[in-house]
Design a protein around this ligand. Structure first.
Ligand code: FMN
Length: 459
């Protein structure tokens, strides 16, 4: 709706002859909420009447953002278009929080897939350049799995400024996931402002649909361009899940590899979502070793040339005992995976969150700022247990450049976020990159790669 309002206004603006900057601005305003949508709203209730009131407010808000852009633009003010674009996006992000969380999320992905997300046109600071697995990225800041489950808008998210985007989780067969509402924004009196509980349960369109979509976007690569990389650069990874009713987890992940390895810049075996019964038990020592060995063999069959083969990662939960962490680190090293994503959402509720936050008692995985400490502690352990030899992706609670920097110093070569983007809007991406570059330079690092695991070297 906001997108439609934005588009209608953009067309009108075109007729008024103010096309260029204005259309870009409106696109930003419309897609803006993109991020915001997914985490926001959340209560899901309120009945049809209340929902229509919220939707009405959204349309009005989108129109207001559009008119604001029109006035700004026609008023002849000069300024970097990208800033306005991202500012409008931030405003629309707030408006989209009036919607049901999942409706807003769907709208945001829809808008981004149609080129309505803001574009970060400034070059990334050279200090952020990095080369995970030998693939050159202009920055290490990624979009976490769960936002673009169906691979609808990886290009738009890379253009928004992310250095990498993780699609999925994708299950072999299509499945609806859990009943709605299943995404809840937490409302905390004096508590964290950025927190979500979700129990989506792997709602997925399935491998066939997603594979077709990725091929249509050119992710199979081409002359001079490896698989999982889009025209403008940036890495696209694919996160694999299993079907709820499947009895053979290994076969599910193998099917994922067969179908999507041809389009993936890297692949993630997700054994840590809390919303699929029995999934996290796959993190146990024996079962994980069996699973990862089998998936690795399948990947070697699917992509025989090691130079072309996408790196294989495993995504773990933050709610692991010390013994489980040791076991997972040992298995990951002995099987020889290429990295670990640390971490998924937590089933824990730190600091009595369930008591002080409305929706805090909802069942599901908690993400956002309350996850920052536990997931970073898990990351720190994994770096120590793998002796810094395994590439780690730090995810959980990142909402600023400083958070990203803390993950990197704790051992992350790459970082990812999702929930904070939903609350703060697309402007967060350039902000995190700018802040991270400043912190690296302040501490005398000439490259982000030098800072990886820095905390461990000081002790
Ligand atoms: C609504 C929602 C859906 C998610 N879906 C997935 C998923 O399908 N697969 C997965 O590996 N992680 C999923 N995640 C977890 C995120 O990838 C990430 O690990 C977690 O949210 C912590 O990061 P954050 O605090 O920046 O959000 C989801 C998170 C949210 C909020």
């Amino acid at each position: 709706m906001a997108a439609a309002a934005g588009l209608a206004l953009a067309r009108a603006a075109g007729r008024l002859g103010a096309r260029g900057a204005l259309q870009r601005s409106l696109a930003g305003g419309a897609a803006a909420g993109a991020g915001a949508a997914s985490g926001g709203g959340g209560r899901g209730g309120g009945g049809a009447g209340a929902r229509w009131v919220r939707r009405g407010a959204l349309v009005a808000g989108g129109a207001a953002a559009g008119v604001g852009a029109l006035v700004w633009s026609v008023g002849g003010q000069e300024g970097p278009p990208v800033s306005l674009h991202f500012r409008l996006a931030g405003g629309a992000a707030g408006l989209l929080r009036l919607m049901d969380a999942e409706d807003a999320h769907t709208l945001s992905v829809w808008a981004a897939a149609r080129g309505l997300a803001p574009v970060h046109t400034e070059a990334d600071p050279p200090v952020l350049a990095c080369s995970p697995w030998g693939r050159r990225l202009t920055n290490p800041v990624g979009l976490a799995a769960g936002y673009d489950k169906g691979g609808e808008c990886p290009g738009a998210m890379l253009r928004m400024g992310f250095g990498l985007v993780e699609l999925g989780s994708v299950t072999p067969e299509p499945q609806p996931g859990n009943a709605r509402p299943r995404i809840f924004r937490l409302h905390c009196k004096g508590g964290p402002e950025i927190a979500v509980v979700n129990r989506c349960g792997f709602n997925s369109e399935g491998l066939a649909v997603v594979g077709e979509r990725l091929r249509a976007q050119g992710l199979e690569g081409g002359p001079g361009r490896p698989r999982g990389v889009l025209e403008g650069g940036g890495l696209v990874g694919v996160n694999l899940g299993k079907n709820k009713l499947s009895k053979d987890a290994l076969e599910d992940y193998r099917a994922g590899v067969r179908a999507l390895a041809p389009c993936a810049g890297y692949m993630v075996v997700n054994v840590s979502s809390p919303n699929t019964p029995g999934l996290r038990a796959l993190q146990g020592r024996r079962r994980l070793a069996h699973l990862l060995r089998g998936v690795k063999e399948e990947l070697a069959r699917a992509v025989p040339d090691p130079a072309e083969r996408p790196p294989l990662l495993v995504k773990v939960a933050p709610d692991l005992t010390q013994q489980e962490r040791r076991d997972i680190a040992t298995v990951a090293m002995s099987v020889g995976v290429d990295g670990m994503v640390v971490s998924n959402t937590t089933v824990g509720r730190p600091d009595g969150l369930a008591l002080v936050c409305a929706n805090g008692q909802e069942m599901g995985g908690l993400s956002g700022t309350p996850l920052m400490e536990p997931s970073t502690e898990c990351l720190r352990d994994m770096y120590r247990l793998t002796k810094g030899k395994l590439l780690l992706v730090g995810v959980g609670g990142i909402a600023s450049g400083e958070d990203a920097y803390r993950k990197i110093r704790a051992g992350a070569s790459l970082v990812q976020l999702y929930t904070a983007l939903a609350f703060k809007g697309p402007g967060l991406v350039p902000r995190i990159k700018r802040e991270l570059a400043e912190l690296l330079e302040r501490d005398g690092f000439s490259s982000v790669e030098q800072a990886v695991g820095a905390d461990h070297r000081q002790k």
